[in-house]
Design a protein around this ligand. Structure first.
Ligand SMILES: [Zn+2]
Length: 372
């Protein structure tokens, strides 16, 4: 989609290509790819592949018939969206099948078999971008692109955040990850990086950031933390923004942890995405993610698509008649309203998050300045 703030944009549907073995091996290990891709092992047919705990192919990531094709299509769709941005075909690209933020280099995890978010970031990182138009026949100066990964899923983006975590790096900062999520003892996924950053710790990396929220997080809470997200953006000045739009933080999800709503007040999921696509500089890649109330996930991604076109449809829109129509009761409308869960993110807690990020921003500024 071409970007024209607050104006309608032209939408084009692009047929995704399948990711090749080479595409996937940019991040995944050969051993893992051989376990999930029958094409990577010519001697093995798809039906012969075994569940394999070593590669995480068990529990919520079982081996299934068609896994090879599925992995190639998910990663291929995200990489097709990346190409559309890099080739200047659009300012905004969407792949709702992407956003598999728990998949690791050699391990499936949390319903994620392929690390399409990481592959997308690596592809964006690789291609230099022009700084400005040339004049007088001078070569066009180029710079390494900066990519901000923002994860709105209920769960911490463990695989993505840890893939780029580098507390002692002195190289030019190119990738910043910021995940807004719930974390608690025993709550998936377990990771040191899921906690509020401790700026005084030697492990602190100002490019690997987390904003953990307590149960019941509502629009009001997201509205209060959103200025912190924008301060991080202003300090990092990304050329590309990759947004993982998991919708399991919405009210009505079986995870029943947060109480976010799709539209309405300041701070809603729709409101946050609208700010990103209408007001943020840089090209945007919108990916999907978790979401276990399927009708609500469909509602959310349909609404976010309409926001991205610059022409948000009314939340009162009736669900059109189709084979899944009965699943959309009792409202049969587009909206995913908040429930009546108590928001446990107190003023005191949100103030502590702000104070933490005051220091995070100083540290991030120092890291950005040190690289010049
Ligand atoms: Zn999730």
């Amino acid at each position: 989609m071409s970007s024209n703030p607050s104006q309608k944009r032209r939408l084009a549907v692009v047929t995704p290509r399948k990711a090749s073995y080479k595409d996937l091996s940019v991040y995944h290990t050969r051993d893992y790819l051989d376990a999930i891709l029958y094409s990577g092992n010519p001697g093995k047919t798809e039906g012969e592949a075994e569940p394999n705990a070593e590669f995480g192919l068990e529990d919520d990531c079982p081996y299934f018939l068609g896994l090879s094709e599925y992995v190639q299509m998910v990663a291929g769709a995200t990489l097709t969206a990346v190409s559309a941005l890099q080739q200047n075909l659009s300012e905004i690209a969407i792949c709702w099948d992407g956003g598999r933020h728990h998949a690791r280099k050699s391990q499936a995890s949390g319903f994620c078999y392929v690390a399409d978010c990481i592959l997308a970031i690596l592809a964006l990182k690789r291609a230099p971008i022009p700084v400005a138009s040339s004049s007088g026949g001078l070569p066009i100066p180029i710079q390494k692109p900066r990519i901000m990964y923002l994860d709105l899923d209920l769960h911490f983006s463990d695989a993505v955040s840890e893939a780029f975590y580098s507390p002692i790096s002195s190289s030019s900062p190119q990738i910043l990850t910021l995940s807004i999520h719930h974390t608690a003892p025993g709550f998936f996924p377990i990771s040191e990086r899921a906690k509020l950053p401790d700026v005084s710790s030697p492990d602190f990396d100002p490019l690997t950031l987390s904003i953990p929220l307590h149960p019941g997080a509502s629009n009001a809470t997201y509205a209060k933390i959103w200025p912190l997200v924008e301060r991080v953006r202003d300090t990092f000045r990304p050329d590309f923004i990759v947004v993982q739009c998991g919708v399991d933080a919405l009210a009505g999800d079986p995870c029943s942890t947060f109480n976010w709503s799709l539209g309405g007040d300041e701070g809603s999921l729709g409101g946050c995405i609208q700010k990103i696509v209408d007001q943020w500089a840089g090209k945007k890649l919108l990916l999907g993610g978790g979401g276990y109330n399927s009708p609500n996930a469909a509602r959310a991604w349909a609404y976010l698509t309409s926001i991205s076109t610059g022409n948000p449809i009314s939340l009162e829109t009736e669900i059109p008649d189709h084979v899944g129509f009965p699943l959309y009761g009792p409202s049969f409308t587009l909206d995913v309203p908040a429930g009546n869960m108590t928001d446990h993110n107190t003023e005191e807690y949100l103030t502590s998050v702000k104070q933490c990020f005051d220091n995070v921003i100083i540290s991030l500024e120092q890291r950005m300045t040190a690289s010049h």
